[in-house]
Design a protein around this ligand. Structure first.
Ligand SMILES: Cc1cc2nc3c(=O)[nH]c(=O)nc-3n(C[C@H](O)[C@H](O)[C@H](O)COP(=O)(O)O)c2cc1C
Length: 273
């Protein structure tokens, strides 16, 4: 592993002295450099970009090859504007030349059942919703890896789950389809460069053979310092990670409408047994 790779790893963990990875390559280097991009230039995407991203997305594994996901690609400024409002006024949805809404989509299977005159008894279960959600997430992340390899940037938008019925209406979604998250895609603005945000030390997330939280407190204390230092370098006033987790989850109001998801999903045709 060269000096550049060690520097990438150091940024990923906010730990300058971290030991280099023994196994590395260009793909892993690119993954280590991921950062969410929230400022885009007005440069349009090169012709064919969307089709390339979708081919990458469709190359992800999919449970039982059911392919229970779809995606809506949005380039219309007015529609992006309305989506931005639905997602809590996140301005970069308007600014990005492309906004992708990734869908868990059970409707295609449901239509096939109808065409075959067969009732799909296994469909109206929570398992199917998980299946569609996992499929959509894997597909989207493949697209993110692909777009970053093309020099583009992106940010996921979970904010569209603040009002999934509003989004469904805007996108004309049939029953049994729900928007999992959005993804802004564009050329990163050089005026507001995004930096790699350090992650938890591996000891916090990697367990050997069985789960153990024994060393967790020390490891998290270390991370609180590293992330705090990162925010300080970014000129942001923010505490450590622990503080963030607790304040993000302490009140239902932080869900911004997502506390109503279960009822919304049921109204949108999901069985959820
Ligand atoms: C499913 C999902 C939803 C997200 N939703 C939002 C969002 O609505 N707005 C936003 O600015 N960032 C959103 N993010 C980006 C995260 O905040 C970001 O990935 C995290 O802070 C780590 O930063 P990094 O991606 O730069 O490493 C989302 C990320 C994921 C995976």
């Amino acid at each position: 592993m060269g000096n550049d790779s060690q520097a990438r790893l150091a940024a990923r963990y906010g730990a300058p002295q971290i030991a280099a990875l023994k196994q590395c390559n260009a793909t892993i280097d690119q993954l280590l450099e991921h950062r969410s991009v929230r400022a885009f230039t007005d440069q349009p995407l090169a012709d064919g970009t969307l089709e390339t991203l979708i081919a990458a997305a469709q190359s992800a594994s999919t449970s039982s090859n059911l392919q229970v996901w779809s995606v809506v690609a949005m380039q219309d400024d007015e529609r992006k504007g309305r989506l931005s409002v639905l997602a809590g006024n996140q301005a970069y949805i308007r600014q990005a030349p492309l906004f992708l809404v990734w869908l868990a989509d059970l409707s295609r299977a449901s239509r096939l059942g109808e065409q075959h005159g067969v009732e799909l008894e296994a469909l109206p279960y929570l398992e199917s919703l998980l299946l569609g959600t996992i499929d959509a997430a894997l597909a989207a992340q493949n697209a993110v890896v692909a777009l970053e390899s093309m020099g583009l940037g992106s940010v996921y938008i979970g904010g569209i789950r603040n009002d999934i019925e509003g989004v469904a209406k805007e996108l004309d979604l049939p029953a049994q389809v729900y928007p999992v998250f959005g993804l802004c895609v564009g050329h990163p603005s050089p005026d507001r460069p995004a930096h790699v945000k350090p992650r938890l030390p591996q000891a916090a997330v990697l367990h050997h053979e069985t789960y153990s939280a024994a060393a967790e407190q020390d490891v998290i204390a270390e991370y609180d310092e590293r992330l705090g230092a990162f925010y300080h370098r970014e000129g942001m006033k923010a505490g450590g990670w622990s503080e963030q987790v607790v304040s993000r989850l302490r009140e239902v109001s932080s869900l911004h409408g997502r506390e109503a998801l279960l009822g919304e999903l049921k109204r949108m045709g999901f069985g959820l047994r």
